[in-house]
Design a protein around this ligand. Structure first.
Ligand code: CTP
Ligand SMILES: C[C@](O)(CO)[C@H](O)COP(=O)(O)O
Length: 234
């Protein structure tokens, strides 16, 4: 079956949140946002190891989380790079021998449902590459730099892409290698795999799997924690 590794990327600056403390370290209920995310994957039996990628200055703090919260599957805490893609690449380079499958997940998505993680992984095991996503609810326009609408894509074909994103490890390694050779930077891992000409499958998740990005996401995150997911019930 092969081992399953998880890369949690949390080396971003959180500039859109605008808080003094990077958003992944903000308190959500009883714990920092990042700890919620790590505990979620810690509690998935199929996960062999978790590689945590963080900012250079946060290595000690995160190693402390590993101790304090008993995150025994977090085998490495590494410094990330300038772009999310660089952080994922560093994580890929640290996965243990014998890993065949990898999940890449944002440290600031603490509400993914376990059932959806399994659905995504199962699809990847059938098809090599799968990502969680939800259909978009708004009408999306393509707008130019002068704020003029250029076109309106058919909403039925638009999905908002989330994480985790699940891949056969060798495929994701090849995708990162190619992107690096061609100096391509993408905003998610699926983009890099798509560039190889490989089909990436979408698995429907839910709208609670938010990426905590801007200040208005914080009260929404508290609400999800208190009314939908509940501490320890993710
Ligand atoms: N160089 C980077 C940039 C982002 N990330 C991580 O990728 C995830 C998704 O990125 P995003 O929400 O954009 O986080 P930030 O880059 O921190 O946010 P911003 O763009 O507002 O600065 C986050 O968990 C973030 O920490 C990372 O590991 N390394
Ligand atoms: C990977 C991701 O979360 C999928 O929605 C997203 O692309 C990260 O993008 P960001 O620009 O780093 O927020």
């Amino acid at each position: 079956m092969g081992k399953l590794g998880v890369i949690i990327v949390a080396a971003g600056k959180g500039s859109r949140m605008g808080t003094a403390e990077s958003k992944q370290y903000l308190q959500l209920g009883q714990k920092p946002i990042l700890v919620h995310t790590l505990q979620l994957f810690q509690n998935i039996q199929e996960v062999h190891e978790i590689i945590l990628v963080v900012g250079e200055h946060d290595l000690d703090r995160c190693r402390g989380y590993v101790q304090d919260y008993g995150l025994s599957k977090t085998t490495h805490v590494l410094a990330g790079g300038a772009e999310r893609q660089d952080s994922v690449r560093r994580g890929l380079d640290s996965l243990q021998q014998g890993t065949d499958w990898v999940l890449v997940h944002d440290g600031v998505r603490p509400f993914v449902k376990k059932e959806h993680v399994f659905d995504c992984l199962e699809k990847a095991k059938e098809q090599d590459a799968a990502v969680l996503a939800v259909p978009v609810k708004d009408t999306i326009k393509v707008v130019d730099s002068a704020k003029r609408i250029q076109s309106t894509p058919d909403r039925r074909s638009l999905w908002a892409i989330q994480t985790p994103q699940a891949f056969r490890l060798s495929l994701l390694q090849e995708a990162h290698e190619r992107a690096s050779q061609e100096s391509f930077i993408g905003t998610d891992d699926a983009m890099l795999v798509e560039r190889l000409g490989t089909t990436v499958h979408v698995v429907e998740g839910d709208y609670y799997n938010i990426k905590i990005t801007t200040p208005e996401d914080l009260p929404w995150a508290e609400w999800i924690l208190n009314h939908v997911r509940g501490e320890g019930q993710l």
